[in-house]
Structure formats: structure tokens, C-alpha cells
Design a protein around this ligand. Structure first.
Ligand SMILES: Cc1cc2nc3c(=O)[nH]c(=O)nc-3n(C[C@H](O)[C@H](O)[C@H](O)COP(=O)(O)OP(=O)(O)OC[C@H]3O[C@@H](n4cnc5c(N)ncnc54)[C@H](O)[C@@H]3O)c2cc1C
Length: 324
């Protein structure tokens, strides 16, 4: 049996959970296993019948399970694994999904492969998986020796697909929670306040790094963005660590992954941790005063010089073009 541990938000299954169910169904098809989903939380029972194409849904419903409670949820998931003895356990490879599964793996003394993008089934059993690392720059093939195989699915590794068929059998799964299980909980989820176009949607992204020198200097990047169509401003970790920009503007391994038509990198050296976040840009224009900066090896266009002269010159030219 394959156990799919699912996440919900605001009373609905998350997109990554639907992807996890799709992957579990696909794995089941190749291995002849059945699929059981585990839903944990307050008010999750109503979602169980919507999970078509799988055999069973375990519902661990409790009014105290509101939001992300790592100890409580890991305890319930570990209990379900002990009781149901699945061969494979699959969860979404989100921040919370990976966190939860790491706790489950520690409790059960099992191995865990996070952010899987491909599964290799041979002779009806799972032999290997491919994991995505470093923002997709490194693919790693992993053999899982412990059983059950604990896995998380990299978000958007595949598209969620709905299935027809009968509604699954719904089983309620009894939850015993102690004070200890409720010690840690996610108190509040604060969405970042972002005005204008998001970095992931922008067609042009202008990134600023250490070479910007100050928060003040980013104003010229904002001005440049306002003169371009569908443009947004991002930053490197150096800029966010210096509080020149909010963390939500960070592009890279520990930040946002962007894929604009054009990325204009200003005063950015091109460290691998930054480049994994912008490698899907169609074109990269680098402005850097050091001709040896590694970013020039990745850039389609390069301007060697001081950005504090080049960016204002660019703004002036664009204003002229716009008749300003
Ligand atoms: C685990 C881990 C995760 C990380 N995650 C991220 C991440 O998500 N995103 C990220 O960005 N980094 C990340 N980093 C940090 C990364 O390794 C680099 O340190 C960082 O990207 C460098 O930022 P930078 O290019 O702004 O600074 P630097 O590397 O210092 O480069 C500054 C560049 O600006 C140029 N310059 C200076 N003055 C001017 C000027 N006046 N005009 C033109 N050019 C000028 C210099 O020639 C230089 O090339 C991570 C590091 C680790 C260890």
C-alpha cells in the first residue's frame, strides 16, 4: 500500500497535495499497490470523498489540529505508518511537508528522500528515485534501503490530474494528543506585503547585489523597472542580509526562482546560490565593474563598468525614448 500524507489550507487540499495524490496513483499503477491518503486537521472530513481514484482515506480529525502543529502531526503520521504498514509513504515536498516527514523519519528511524522528481519501479517495487537539489541544478539518484520508503514529491514535478471512479472508503483514524504534542504550533502565517508585479510573474527582473552599496541605491532600480513593461526588482542574499531589500525579494537557492524574458543583474558576482534562482531567465544582462566576475560566463550580454553610472544612463535613455 502507498500512504499519501496530504496538506490542506483554508479547508481545501493544496495543489501540491493533489500532485502527491497523482504521483501516488501513478506509482500504484506501476507497482500494483493500493493508495491510502491520510488527512489530518480540523474540518478535513469533508475533503475525503473528493479524493477519487484512490482506495481509502484515513481521516484524523481534531478541533485542536488547526494550522501546522509539527509534533502532533508527525505523531499521527508515524502512528498511521506503524498501524497500516505501507510500502511507500509520499508527502508534498513543501516547507511543511519536508519538515513533517523529517520528524516522521526520526521517530521511526527510517531514511527519507525529499523533493523527488522521478520514481523508478522495477518488478513491481520501487528501486530508485531522482531527487532535485540546489534549486533543480543538481539531480541525485537515490536508492532507498529502509522500508517503508519515506519520500516527498518536489512541488510541481508533475501536474495534478483528477481521476474518475468511485469515492474512496473513508476510515476515521483515532487521534490521541498529549500536551507535549501541542507545544509547537504555527501561530500565524503572515503574507508578504508586495506591491506591483511579483518577481515570479515579471517579464523583466532587475536584480541588485552588493555593488548597489545601499538601500537608497535600489531606488534607481525601481525607477528603471517603472520605465520597462512588466518589470520587478529583486536582490541577492547580500542585499537582503544588509536590509537593503526585504527577504521576499531574494533570488536564489534560499529565495525565489525566477524565469523572466530578461534578467538585468546589477553589481552581482554570479555565485551559484544566486544563479540557481535565475538560470531559467531567457536572457541575462550583467552590469559589473569586474571583467572577471563569474556572472559574465552565464550572461548573454555584459556591460563592464560602474552601475552607478550605467543605470542612470540607461534610465535617461529610456526617458528620452518615452519622450519624457
Ligand atoms: C547555503 C547558502 C545559500 C545561499 N542562498 C543564496 C540565495 O538564495 N541568493 C543569493 O543571492 N545568494 C545566496 N547565497 C549567497 C551567495 O553564496 C553569495 O554570497 C551572494 O549571492 C553574493 O551576492 P552578491 O553577488 O551581491 O555579492 P558579491 O559576491 O560580493 O558580488 C558583488 C559584485 O558586485 C560587483 N560590484 C561592486 N561594486 C560595483 C559597482 N559599483 N558597479 C558594478 N559592479 C560592482 C563586484 O565586482 C562583484 O562582482 C547563499 C549562500 C549559501 C552558503
Amino acid at each position: 500500500m502507498i500512504l499519501a500524507i496530504l496538506e490542506t489550507t483554508k479547508g481545501a487540499l493544496t495543489e501540491t497535495s493533489l500532485e502527491t495524490v497523482t504521483a501516488a496513483r501513478d506509482l500504484a499503477h506501476k507497482s500494483n499497490y493500493s493508495v491510502t491518503a491520510l488527512l489530518m486537521g480540523k474540518g478535513v472530513s469533508a475533503l475525503a470523498p473528493t479524493l477519487k481514484g484512490i482506495q481509502t482515506v484515513l481521516v484524523a480529525e481534531d478541533s485542536r489540529l488547526e494550522g501546522y502543529l509539527p509534533d502532533a502531526l508527525a505523531g499521527i503520521a508515524a502512528h498511521a505508518i506503524r498501524q497500516k504498514s505501507p510500502k511507500i509513504v509520499l508527502a508534498p515536498g513543501t516547507e511543511t511537508g519536508n519538515d513533517l516527514m523529517a520528524r516522521v523519519a526520526a521517530r521511526l528511524n527510517l531514511g527519507l528522500a525529499t523533493n523527488c522528481v522521478e520514481f523508478f519501479v522495477e518488478g513491481g517495487s520501487l528501486k530508485r528515485v531522482t531527487r532535485s537539489n540546489w534549486g533543480g541544478s543538481l539531480l541525485e539518484e537515490v536508492e532507498i534501503l529502509s522500508s517503508p520508503a519515506l519520500l516527498t514529491l518536489a512541488p510541481h514535478a508533475l501536474a495534478a490530474q483528477s481521476a474518475d471512479g468511485a469515492a474512496p472508503v473513508v476510515e476515521s483514524f483515532s487521534v490521541t494528543l498529549s500536551e507535549k504534542d501541542l507545544r509547537v504550533w504555527m501561530k500565524e502565517l503572515i503574507p508578504t506585503e508586495k506591491k506591483g508585479i511579483s518577481l515570479t510573474d515579471a517579464k523583466v527582473v532587475i536584480g541588485g547585489g552588493r555593488g548597489m552599496g545601499s538601500a537608497e541605491a535600489f531606488k534607481m532600480l525601481e525607477e528603471l523597472a517603472s520605465l520597462l513593461h512588466n518589470a520587478a526588482v529583486g536582490a541577492t542574499r547580500v542585499a537582503t542580509n544588509n536590509n537593503w531589500r526585504p527577504h521576499s525579494d531574494q533570488i536564489g537557492q534560499t529565495g525565489v526562482q525566477i524565469a523572466p524574458d530578461l534578467y538585468i543583474a546589477c553589481g552581482i558576482s554570479g555565485a551559484i546560490q544566486h544563479m540557481v534562482g535565475c538560470k531559467n531567465s531567457k536572457k541575462i544582462l550583467a552590469i559589473n565593474k569586474d571583467p572577471e566576475a563569474p556572472i559574465f560566463q552565464r550572461a548573454d550580454y555584459g556591460v563592464i563598468g560602474d552601475l552607478h553610472q550605467i543605470v542612470p544612463a540607461l534610465i535617461a535613455e529610456l526617458k528620452k525614448l518615452k519622450g519624457g
